[in-house]
Design a protein around this ligand. Sequence first.
Ligand code: GLP
Length: 243
Amino acid sequence: MEIIKAHDYAEMSAKAAELIAAQLLLKPDCVLGLATGSTPLGIYDELAHKVAAGSLSFSRARSINLDEYVGLSADDRQSYAYFMRENLFKKVDFADGANNIPNGTAADVDAECARYDSLVEQLGGIDLQLLGLGPNGHIGFNEPSDAFEPNTHLVELTAETIAANARFFGEGEHQPTRALTIGIRAIMQAKTVLLVVNGEAKAKALRDALFGPITPRLPASILQLHPRLFVVADEAAMSAIDR
Ligand code: GLP
């Protein structure tokens, strides 16, 4: 693994955006695995600026997002489909139909999960997977559990994750407790994984993910086995790592 230390969130975002830009330059028709949450917002801003400046294009790339809340349609302001449209897709030049997100309102959840896994295969796998880190070590919505779940699946979110994400929901606003998430196989088969982490609240999870035992109790720990893992983290997130 390669750990790239950044001073703060802005520098983390700029460095991670450079890696994604390099992927697009090397392979313009690449498949990008994309993430939601507050962590990638700065990266998406940086990428949008590069496109606006004419130094980067997504026109031949495809994307596949990690996860979506069950029960929220793509028009719902709390859906990850909406998040991606607002924060990246409408600001860059992806072709129509190039972006993929699990359908949180699919009537047949099993069929939707199978469709999503087939889609990853049809796309030829993921070239670069961008990941944030949950405070409990989740990646996508792969929550701590007894076994790593290889396939796209329905997940009951843990109380900790629901609490961590409550900040995105207004008072009285419905917060889903279930999600569809891509599984560990598609993430681990990505040619490159880019894990971005900021803030002291994630310091222990980051240390355990990178240097603790590999266990489904801390899903991100499996990334230690990935042959091409880049970690871009700010000083606060790195503060529990003493080497
Ligand atoms: C969310 C998302 C993850 C994300 C993580 C961290 O629940 N499903 O993909 O990486 O939690 O979120 P944040 O970046 O807001 O801390």
